[in-house]
Design a protein around this ligand. Structure first.
Ligand SMILES: [Zn+2]
Length: 247
């Protein structure tokens, strides 16, 4: 009987030894897989971030004044100074306008694509109480024709196009895509093994705490599974309470 128990114990030790070794291999394999997976993960992440992360910026921006001349014709003049000190147009001023192209810059940590939005027009006509933002004027509107002329004269054709097109064409920044992917790859290559290491440390701490608890129970002569008092039962193979095999 004692010989059997000794053999069984030796077998247990072997199993323990090999499972410990295998668990080490599993961890190092996990790190290797994480490193291999970090590149495709970075490639997917850069696409997801391009679709989800955006900052809104203002691209081209102009301000100007609207005036009516003696003959009743409408004129628009773009002025660069916000105080309109460089305004030189004649006639009676009837209002102000401002126009800008919002640009959505997509991607993280660096911008991978630019998506210009339709140009926005703000109008402040002095004979109307409120300033209006997001005004859509038709081609036949006298105000629009005056603004259009001023934009063409000022070389703001891109803004004109961005006003007419409901969805101006976007721009892919291929350098941004490349550098963004590499940056995410580098981050993941550090982060994933770090997470695995932290998981491993946590699991070792749990195992150690369990081992300490078992040792404490054993030192007190209690069953390691159910805590049954085993003092005086040193020659039993199993705990009489729960049946766990005694070492
Ligand atoms: Zn027990």
């Amino acid at each position: 009987m004692m010989e059997l128990i000794r053999r069984f114990r030796r077998m247990l030790r072997l199993v323990h030894y090999y499972s410990a070794d295998r668990s080490y291999t599993i961890w190092s394999q996990a790190v290797a897989i994480a490193l291999l997976a970090s590149l495709p993960t970075a490639m997917i992440a850069v696409i997801v971030l391009n679709a989800t992360i955006r900052q809104i910026e203002t691209g081209e921006h102009v301000t100007g004044r609207l005036s009516r001349d003696a003959a009743g014709g409408l004129n628009a003049q773009i002025v660069s100074d916000p105080m309109f000190s460089d305004y030189s147009g004649g006639g009676r001023m009837i209002g102000e306008f401002t126009m800008w192209v919002p640009i959505h810059r997509h991607g993280w940590p660096i911008v991978t694509s630019n998506r210009p939005q339709p140009a926005q027009l703000g109008l402040n006509l002095y004979d109307q109480a409120n300033t209006r933002i997001g005004v859509r004027l038709g081609e036949d509107s006298a105000i629009w024709q005056a603004i259009e002329e001023a934009l063409v004269g000022g070389g703001h054709r891109a803004m004109l196009e961005a006003y007419h097109q409901p969805r101006p064409p976007g721009e892919q920044l291929w350098l941004g895509w490349t550098v963004g992917t590499l940056m995410l790859w580098a981050m993941l290559a550090v982060l994933l093994p770090l997470l695995i290491l932290m998981t491993r440390v946590a699991s070792l701490l749990v195992l150690e705490r369990r081992a300490r608890r078992v040792a404490a129970l054993r030192a007190k002569g209690l069953c390691i599974r159910c805590g049954y008092d085993l003092r005086g039962l040193e020659f039993n193979d199993r705990c009489p309470e729960c049946g766990v095999l005694l070492e």
